[in-house]
Design a protein around this ligand. Structure first.
Ligand code: PMP
Length: 430
């Protein structure tokens, strides 16, 4: 294949500058197998970021690629204007995993598109326009979803979406009110009532929230947070949408869907990333009633529901069950978290350890009292971890939260290797 320098040269000359790479010395990946990837020199890395939380059951999982290879050799594409065998089977499988009543799926190619369809459906269904999202959230890069996304660095001045408001997320570590759970009485959750009543006509289309924020830095709200928010939203005529793009498909361990951790039932669920184990695939699943907004309308998505994605999605869901992936996320994730908490006791840079299953975040601070975000340190940790053979991500409003979200086939030994690498990295930084 081409050399790394040739790849960089072509990218620099012909690919949009909006396409960025991680690391000062960009990493080139040429091969993947389960939880590992290899660079062009043959060096192996433990992939603890999974192509941004996307490779859910493992790179090139044999059971998945066998089925997709067969499909690729038989039929790649027709569009949904013709019948093909897999779309119904996959939609049925999704419905079987959803909370009762959520049975109708619209397929897209990405999370952004899935969220577009969700917002459109909520607006059509309710006849209302206003949408409430969480501070610190990420929902995509298309017109509406960029408006939802509450990170300045991903917003473009010329692309202002209408009728979108933000409410406080349940970010206890940096409580906007300076309160402490549970004596705070969940003031952050009740904030949405004021947002709706003071900033909208009082009737809303929907609330959309990641049950655990991903890009936002693995923000895990108090357990009552979503129940309170959903109640207030419904009192104001709105639907509740759970963005499961990162948290779904067993990643949080205890439950298949991240929203189940909060004991709420959404009116619609959006999915992408892990659903396809690395292939472009997104979906919005909702109730029979809400899905009727699409009846007698033409809302077309050329690749939505294509045979390759449907086959890969269905195979991925089967592997999650056959390989005990969710249970592995719970057990190995639990082990990883307890070891991170141990590290926190010894490493002052670690301000907070958050997350569930294999959706973990480590917020770095320069000082535990002032909680000054250690963003340059987080970048340095990421760089050093790569040198120690471990790929992790980072995020959070201040770019100071390490994100650990590996393929869910990761073993306990991998987790220990990651912890040793992080421990060593932090010792080198101090
Ligand atoms: N929702 C969430 C929670 C995400 O993390 C992302 C992607 N980071 C999206 C939506 C958008 O997905 P996509 O990049 O596939 O459009």
């Amino acid at each position: 294949g081409p050399s790394r320098d040739e790849v960089i040269a072509l990218r620099t000359q012909y690919v949009s500058p909006g396409v960025i790479t991680y690391y000062k010395d960009p990493l080139m990946i040429v091969e993947g197998n389960m939880q590992y990837v290899w660079d062009e020199k043959g060096a192996r890395y433990l992939d603890a970021f999974a192509g941004i939380v996307t490779v859910s059951v493992g790179h090139c999982h044999p059971k998945v690629i066998d089925k997709v290879r067969a499909q690729t050799g038989t039929l790649q594409h027709t569009t949904t204007i013709y019948l093909h065998p897999t779309i119904g089977k996959f939609a049925e499988k999704l419905a079987s995993k959803m909370p009762e009543g959520l049975s109708r799926t619209y397929f897209t190619n990405s999370g952004s598109e899935a969220n577009e369809v969700a917002i459109l459906s909520a607006r059509e269904h309710t006849g209302n326009t206003e949408v409430i999202a969480l501070r610190n959230c990420y929902h995509g890069g298309t017109a509406t979803t960029m408006g939802l996304t509450a990170h300045g660095s991903w917003k473009f001045k010329s692309n202002q979406a209408q009728a979108i408001h933000h409410t406080h997320a349940g970010y206890c570590y940096r409580c906007p009110y300076g309160l402490t759970y549970p004596s705070c009485d969940l003031k952050c959750a009740h904030d949405i009532k004021e947002v709706i009543e003071y900033q909208t006509p009082g009737e809303i289309a929907c609330f959309i929230g990641e049950p655990i924020q991903g890009v936002g830095g693995t923000v895990v709200p108090p357990k009552e947070y979503f129940k309170i928010v959903y109640d207030i939203v419904r009192q104001h005529g709105g639907l509740c949408i759970a963005d499961e793009v990162q948290g779904g498909f067993g990643r949080t361990g205890e439950h298949y869907w991240a929203h189940q951790n909060w004991d709420v039932v959404p009116d619609g669920v959006t999915m992408a990333k892990g659903i396809g184990n690395g292939i472009p695939l997104g979906a919005f699943t909702t109730t029979e009633e809400i899905s009727k907004v699409m009846k007698n309308r033409i809302h077309f998505n050329t690749y939505g529901g294509n045979p390759i994605s449907m086959t890969q999605g269905l195979a991925t869901m089967e592997v999650i069950e056959e390989d005990g992936i969710q249970e592995n996320a719970r057990v190995v994730g639990g082990h990883l978290k307890s070891r991170l908490l141990e590290l926190q006791e010894r490493r002052p840079l670690i301000g907070d350890v958050r997350g569930m299953g294999l959706m973990l975040g480590v917020e770095l601070v320069r000082d535990r009292k002032s909680k000054e975000p250690a963003n340059t340190e987080a970048a340095a940790v990421m760089e050093r971890m790569k040198e120690h053979g471990v790929l992790i991500g980072k995020g959070g409003l201040y770019g100071n939260t390490l994100r650990i979200k590996p393929p869910m086939c990761i073993t306990k030994d991998d987790a220990d290797y990651l912890i040793d690498a992080l421990d060593l990295t932090l010792s080198e930084l101090n």
